[in-house]
Design a protein around this ligand. Structure first.
Ligand SMILES: Cc1cc2nc3c(=O)[nH]c(=O)nc-3n(C[C@H](O)[C@H](O)[C@H](O)COP(=O)(O)OP(=O)(O)OC[C@H]3O[C@@H](n4cnc5c(N)ncnc54)[C@H](O)[C@@H]3O)c2cc1C
Length: 129
């Protein structure tokens, strides 16, 4: 049986490991840190029980890809969180911007930029279930 060593257990390393293993390769993943996950790690950086994403927190395109369909990640315990407010960002002067799951609702709150947002993301939601 062919074998491979993957250095690093971030999302790319793990995806490569899964792909090779599914192809019949004997895979070993080496990870220098105490926990796996690379940039997708979450941890209690402030308060007990309060998880912070250490790098990546948003994976909208990972929900439905050739890779995720092939490996049915949900059946292995991956759970996607789909909050009503997808993400937000504070701005100077007490203002802020938030992205809802609805393009229209998001655009409504973006003032004069609303139409640009609709033009950019509207077609995506029509073509990407
Ligand atoms: C602050 C921040 C926010 C981000 N937000 C998002 C986001 O919201 N959405 C998104 O899609 N992407 C986001 N990203 C990008 C995303 O985190 C990376 O694209 C992704 O983690 C890259 O995956 P990777 O497997 O290539 O490498 P990494 O995730 O970096 O994993 C590399 C792994 O290899 C290990 N390693 C390194 N050297 C060795 C060695 N010599 N021996 C053994 N192990 C080793 C490391 O410990 C690590 O676990 C963000 C990145 C940062 C920094």
């Amino acid at each position: 049986m062919p074998s491979a060593i993957i250095v690093g257990s971030g999302p790319n390393g793990l995806a490569a490991a899964l792909t090779l293993a599914a192809g019949g390769v004997d895979v070993t993943v080496l990870e220098a840190s105490d926990s796996i996950g690379g940039g997708t790690r979450s941890g209690e950086s402030t308060l007990p029980g309060l998880l912070h994403d250490q790098c990546s927190g948003f994976h909208p395109l990972a929900v439905d890809t050739g890779f995720s369909r092939q490996f049915d990640l949900e059946s292995h315990g991956v759970r996607w969180a789909l909050p009503e407010v997808q993400y937000s960002h504070p701005l100077d002067g007490g203002r802020g911007a938030a992205v809802w799951r609805s393009v229209d609702r998001t655009a409504t709150h973006l003032g004069t930029d609303g139409d640009s947002y609709r033009r950019m993301f509207g077609p995506l939601t029509e073509r990407f279930p």
